[in-house]
Design a protein around this ligand. Structure first.
Ligand code: HEM
Length: 452
């Protein structure tokens, strides 16, 4: 029977002090706070800020399905992301991650071919080459911040595959600007955006720098009219049935979107994989055995991936325990029913993937790292709705094959040469910002492997 309201937290009053206190409380340790809410109130929890902000956090696979698939047409991306001067849209404009409706549909249709298996296959070699370059730089080193290294590596790969440039010049500037953007996303900013505070001025400068670089590249490419094989060329060449393509502004928005969406998530998938392998020597040994037997000391190629099933299972299981996109949000544009409750139009919903991925109702020994769950013979037993590292439905991650290919190639290339171990006494804590990342980096010890 449809009930009117799910369990609610006490209303947060709409004044700066109460709001900042609330946001600080949940941002300080979002994962624990949400776990507590679910444990106390159940699968859907409602919270309210002032009279007009209604939020709902969800963790049941059927409710996640209702959000991603059943009611997809009645949901838009979260308004919070789309605020013209704050949130993601400040940097991403109307890129795929934040656009909605017919506009989003057309952009998705135009961009989809850029992510077809054949097109991204060409990037496999780039991924391995850059990983090997980073490994050469590791020679003779004993301790590393693996988080920094994974970010650097996935940044180099996205710079090459997206813009066909290396990560030293322009891409580095874009990355610095993105770091400013990251901070902005995770800060509580009480000042109106038009006020020229030092932070706002830094953000504006970052935006100007990004735009100068990307519009510069677009101008050059349009003038040269060549297909450089990268994603930017694909965006510039994409056209609809009526032969209309994207405007420069739209290409810019999509390029920035892919740059942002395309490296930090994959870097964190790898971070957590290294962290879990270091604590699970039996899994690590099985991974090494597969890599050594399959690759026989040669660097991996795209063709090898299908012969590295355990490598893939390890990454899938790491993303279960630590989903880099630990939650995703929507706003209702019409009333919908979720979990037996009627949710009115104009409300914000967040699917908490992290909580769903560790729920003992769907996973045996949910906190254990067991890649075998994803073995072909066991995969049929998995509740598919309870595993959403890439989201689901029409808005499923457009880069999911790209990301899986990249993570597998990087993992195999590095694990072939090194073990990454956790130093004694170091504890790593997850921090749920835009992505789920190790809070203070990931210091690890490098141990060269004696290959079989
Ligand atoms: C392990 C790596 C990655 C993870 C875990 C991940 C996760 C996700 C998730 C959960 C969504 C859906 C968000 C929602 O429904 O609100 C998403 C969307 C998206 N991702 Fe990824 N992603 C990864 C890598 C990538 C890469 C490599 C690219 C591009 C090169 C990319 C580009 C995008 C874009 C453009 C969207 C928006 C799609 C749309 O709304 O139509 N992602 N990603």
């Amino acid at each position: 029977m449809q009930q009117h309201h799910p369990p609610s937290l006490p209303k947060v009053r709409k004044n700066p002090v109460s709001q900042i206190r609330f946001v600080r409380q949940i941002r300080g340790d979002m994962i624990s706070v949400l776990s507590q809410w679910f444990a106390t109130y159940g699968d859907i929890v409602h919270f309210q800020i002032g009279d007009d902000f209604h939020g709902y956090v969800l963790r049941h696979p059927d409710d996640a399905h209702a959000v991603t698939v059943t009611h997809a047409a009645k949901l838009h991306k979260t308004q919070n992301y789309k605020h013209p001067t704050r949130g993601l849209a400040y940097f991403l404009g109307n890129g795929l991650l934040v656009s909605d409706g017919e506009f989003w549909r057309r952009q998705r249709r135009l961009m989809q071919p850029a992510f077809h298996t054949q097109r991204i296959a060409a990037y496999g070699q780039t991924m391995v080459d850059y990983t090997r370059q980073v490994l050469d730089e590791w020679d003779g080193k004993r301790r590393l911040d693996v988080d920094h290294e994974m970010m650097r590596l996935t940044l180099m790969i996205v710079a090459r595959t997206l813009f066909d440039t290396d990560a030293s010049g322009d891409a580095m500037v874009v990355n610095e600007a993105m770091t400013i953007f990251q901070r902005m996303m995770n800060d509580v900013d009480i000042f109106p955006h038009w006020l020229p505070t030092p932070k706002h001025l830094r953000q504006r400068r970052a935006l100007r720098e990004i735009d100068a670089i990307i519009y510069g590249m677009i101008r050059e490419r349009r003038a040269a009219q060549e297909d450089r094989g990268d994603l930017l060329s694909m965006l510039l060449m994409a056209s609809d049935d009526d032969d209309t393509g994207m405007t420069d502004k739209q290409v810019r928005d999509e390029a920035v979107t892919l740059f942002i969406a395309g490296h930090e998530t994959t870097a964190n998938a790898l971070n957590w994989t290294w962290y879990l392998l270091a604590q699970n020597p039996a899994v690590e040994a099985k991974l090494h055995a597969e890599i050594d037997a399959t690759l026989k000391g040669q660097p991996p190629t795209l063709d090898d991936l299908k012969r590295l099933p355990y490598t893939e299972m390890v990454i899938k299981e790491a993303m279960r325990l630590y989903p880099p996109a630990w939650s995703f949000g929507r706003q209702t544009i019409a009333p919908i029913e979720v979990g037996g409750y009627r949710i009115p139009s104009g409300c914000n919903l967040s699917v908490i993937t992290y909580a769903m991925h560790r729920d003992p109702r769907w996973w045996d020994d949910p906190d254990d790292f067991v890649p075998e769950r994803f073995a072909p013979e066991h995969e049929a037993n998995i509740n598919k709705r309870a595993y959403l590292p890439f989201g689901g439905g029409p808005r499923i991650c457009i880069g999911n094959s790209f990301a899986m290919m990249e993570a597998q190639l990087i993992l195999a290339t590095i694990a072939q040469r090194y073990r990454l171990c956790l130093p004694d006494g170091v504890t790593i804590e997850p921090e749920a910002l835009v992505t789920l990342r190790p809070k203070n980096g990931l210091p690890m010890i490098l141990q060269p492997r004696q290959q079989a």
